[in-house]
Write a protein that binds this ligand. Sequence first.
Ligand SMILES: [Zn+2]
Length: 428
Amino acid sequence: MKTPISEVVGSMPIVDVHEHHIPEVLQNRNVGLVQLLKQSYAGWTQARPYPLPGEARDLDPMLEESGPGSWSEVRAYVEGSGSSMFVRNLVGAITTLYEVPEGEIRESNWERVDRAIREKHQNPDWANAVLKRAGIESIITDPYTDPLMDARARLGEDYRGVMRINAFACGWHAQSRDHNGNSAFELLARLGWVPTCFEEYVEALGAVVDSLGSRNQVALKNALAYDRDVSFDEPDETLARQAWGIEKPDARQRKAFGDFVVDHLCRLAGERDIPVQMHLGTAIIRGSHPLRAAGLIERHPRTRFLLMHLAYPWSRDLLGMAFVYRNIWIDLTWSMLLSPSHFKLALHEAIEILPDESRMMVGGDNWHVEETFGTMGTVRRLLGEVLEEKRAAGYFRERDGIRLAEKILRTNAIEFFRVLPRRVWSGL
Ligand SMILES: [Zn+2]
């Protein structure tokens, strides 16, 4: 049954605060069904795409090209992992966008679906048409294959970017790289910096932050939970300096170097009022508990932190932190794809405990627009259900639910990132 709340949630334009839209994926014309499944969270059901400490990997499997595929490959996703929300979300989007009358992908139709995907991807306007149908007004992307990319120039007028800081926190030596393969020295060289000592390196970091606007980058992104633990302790500059210029510093020196760089960047961000997005939860799971980052957040009360993914599975700990530290905002991105049931429970609690209505935002966290389309549909459905449940329980009135929906889907992101979307959106 359509209610005023579900009408608004279903038709409100979305400012999407997190995607991994990158030109090499979005502008690739050679995309079929298996490619879509692999380059999505459905792909994560078959193999974890990032290494744990002690593991090695050559190529990022998310960025590999797939062949034409076979039913047994497709079946591994749609039947073997058919109960995963990652698969349900993407298959739902594919059957809607490609008008699959069976409403599912099966042995008798997978080749037809594959052909339809390949045909649509020949059209350079397809991606924008899908995003428009998803009701997305503007997108903040994290192009981790090139942390200095100008997303607006490369992907279109409605894009802005964030700059991943991982490479800089791992930049103790010209040969050192982060888990994405990015080198601080290579990035700095592109901006004209060739640091020859620790002081010059730190000075160069300031210049990188000061030039964010020239690349249409609206925030820093800390995804170090994929490189190390998120215990960004009080910086120990003496120990951090010991790592400088050494190809293989020991674990204590590496951690101190990263702690120092992250602390420095968070201070610069606070002074310039630039937000810092931070991945929390899962990743290198032994070190990704949100409370490990509490010291960093406490040391930088002027820095606005946007903490991601409800720190799954520690959403309640994260909400407790957001109650205590008033420089925390919550990016709900990905949490609804991990577990919609847990998402609803956590969203009920978040509405009740967060100190004001400005705190929550949504994003897709996806590579292909098909998955983004599915995720926005999932966001709208779950948000609508939770707000409707709150109204039905007498927690608040209908207009309170509508006001909060507009903030979560759109206006909080505009105020937080200070981006003014171009109103290209014209209704679902
Ligand atoms: Zn992400």
